[in-house]
Design a protein around this ligand. Structure first.
Ligand code: ZN
Length: 162
């Protein structure tokens, strides 16, 4: 079966930035990623590259910021009281921290400067502005279930824990 709109694709990936620095991989813990295609679950550059692929296909794709995490916005910073950080005593410059945001949800930010009571953070997604090089291996492609389509995400086999 070929990957297409409303299919579930399971794949391993490794991603590097354009300087060759390893960023992330699914291969270390042996757990491939499963995504429902066509429901905005992954960056468009990877989704487009998966279309038409089948189990066993292995390929590389270069994803520019426009198809990835967007361009970096200069000056996209905010001053946040230290008390909102999960471990305020252990912060360091350059660290990536996930903060709870007002209205619910979470956001990954990067620490720029640490004061006595406030912290300046960069709100750009950590991978914004980067050209990403993915190495992808398709493990499985299947049709999505009606329930998955209604929820716009993948359900693990036999489990629906939400
Ligand atoms: Zn669901």
């Amino acid at each position: 079966m070929q990957a297409a709109q409303d299919t579930v694709v399971t794949f391993h990936y490794s991603v590097r930035d354009d300087a060759g620095q390893d960023i992330d991989t699914s291969r270390d813990n042996g757990q491939p990623l499963s995504v429902l295609i066509g429901h905005r679950n992954i960056i468009t550059g990877v989704e487009k590259a998966l279309l038409g692929r089948e189990a066993g296909d292995r390929f590389e794709v270069t994803v520019p910021p426009a198809d990835g995490y967007g361009e970096r916005r200069e000056g996209f910073t905010q001053r946040v009281p230290k008390k909102y950080f999960p471990e305020p005593g252990r912060l360091h410059v350059g660290q990536s921290v996930v903060l709870n945001v007002s209205g619910g949800g979470q956001r990954a930010v990067t620490v720029l400067k640490i004061g006595s009571s406030v912290v300046d953070v960069d709100l750009n997604p950590p991978l914004a502005g980067k050209v990403l090089q993915f190495d992808i291996e398709v493990i499985d492609v299947r049709a999505a279930t009606p329930e998955e389509l209604a929820h716009h995400h993948v359900h693990a086999a036999g489990a629906h824990a939400h």
